[in-house]
Ligand binder design. Structure first.
Ligand code: MG
Length: 381
């Protein structure tokens, strides 16, 4: 059972304009230039929506509906800046953040549940942090998958918080129009309407074989989504998907003892970041560059790895010894990919991580490595 949050800022561009010019608060703010009547509205405040204005509407039509509206040409650089601050904040809640647009993201909160008294508390904590730090309002949906989380964030906009628990899925979905289902556009909606199906509840009554015969692969998806089933993973961008550390040496290294000490140091760096992010990994990759600039990578994948520095180091060392060590190296790097939220697997792992936690805490307290394997210092000498 996963816990996925979808965070969506409310009327984002308009809200940023109001943030920067509080005298606009409470007014119908429309992002789009009045002087470009062929343009479209990119966002508008909820006050403007009350007049029937919505995004993607021609400016000319928006002027007709809301002649006293405050039309503001978009300032994309500024929105981008606020967006970056938003994503920094979201990554404090989960390392697995998938941006959907400038103001929207999925957070995989699986494994973080115990930090909060309830899923409501989790959602409210995220909303409060956004309110306090960015002075902006967001809507949040939390559910067991991406489809339901995104559906939830849209149900009570603005400033909404909707949790869709396993037991509520059927009840929430049944009355909604079929086009809330991911992938259902105007064409499918029309075809379903012709068959007398306009709500998700009605769609649930249709057998899977029938949907597959009618819609092919899409039919299977309709069948699953109508039941609130969606296995798509939260996919964060590459930076968040890998943890790595590498070092280019001032002089090429040949001594195996020194190379191993270097690998251990790198393993300690990535290991600490892995544990700080409360992550586990499946693939360990060694990156190596020979003095002639030839760069190689060697990887090893397991269903699970222990998360302590020594296990990472042992894996990296094994990979190092598959290379030609006589040529020397100008760079070594250790990368972890296939990251996923950490779950305590067995007692051995737990014992190891307790030791590792103490070492992490000591090193963090002093702001440098004050405790670690002797061979790192031996190599320095
Ligand atoms: Mg939004």
């Amino acid at each position: 059972m996963r816990t996925i949050a979808h965070v969506d800022m409310d009327a984002f561009f308009a809200a940023v304009e109001i943030l920067d010019n509080p005298s606009l608060a409470g007014k119908p703010v429309i992002i789009g230039s009045r002087d470009s009547p062929r343009g479209v509205v990119s966002t508008c405040s909820y006050e403007a929506r009350a007049f029937g204005v919505h995004s993607a509407m021609p400016i000319r039509r928006a002027i007709e509906l809301c002649p006293h509206g405050v039309f503001i040409p978009p300032r994309h650089d500024r929105y981008h800046e606020v967006s970056q601050a938003l994503f920094v904040l979201l990554r404090e809640f989960s390392p697995l953040v998938e941006p959907l647009s400038i103001d929207e993201a999925f957070l995989d909160m699986t494994g973080c549940e115990h930090f909060y008294s309830s899923l409501e508390d989790m959602g409210q904590t995220i909303k409060d942090a956004i309110r306090q730090r960015l002075k902006l309002s967001a809507s949040v949906g939390i559910a067991g998958n991406k489809f339901l989380a995104k559906l939830g964030s849209g149900l009570q906009k603005p400033n909404g918080l909707v949790i869709i628990g396993e037991g509520q899925v059927e009840e929430v979905l049944a009355p909604l129009p079929v086009d809330v289902l991911w992938g259902v556009g105007a064409k499918t909606t029309r075809e379903l309407a012709r068959l007398g199906i306009s709500t998700v509840g009605q769609l649930r009554g249709v057998p899977e074989e029938w949907l597959v015969r009618k819609f092919g692969k899409m039919g299977r998806q309709l069948f699953l989504l109508a039941r609130g089933i969606d296995d798509r993973p939260v996919e964060c961008e590459w930076e968040a998907k890998s943890l790595g550390a590498e070092n280019t040496f001032p002089a090429d290294l040949f001594d195996v003892k020194v190379l191993e000490a270097e690998l251990l140091r790198l393993s300690m760096q990535v290991g600490r970041r892995l544990r700080q992010g409360n992550l586990s990994f499946r693939t360990l990759t060694l990156k190596a560059r020979y003095p002639d600039f030839t760069t190689l990578t060697r990887s090893k994948t397991k269903s699970s790895w222990p998360r302590d520095d020594w296990s990472i180091f042992a894996g990296a060392r094994e990979l190092l010894h598959t290379l030609d060590l006589t040529k020397g190296f100008r760079l070594l790097g250790v990368y972890l990919t296939g990251l996923y939220p950490f779950r305590q697997l067995d007692l051995l792992e737990e014992e190891r991580s307790r030791l590792t936690t103490v070492i992490d805490e000591l090193n963090e307290k002093w702001g440098r490595t004050v405790i670690g394997p002797a061979r790192v210092w031996e190599a320095d000498d």
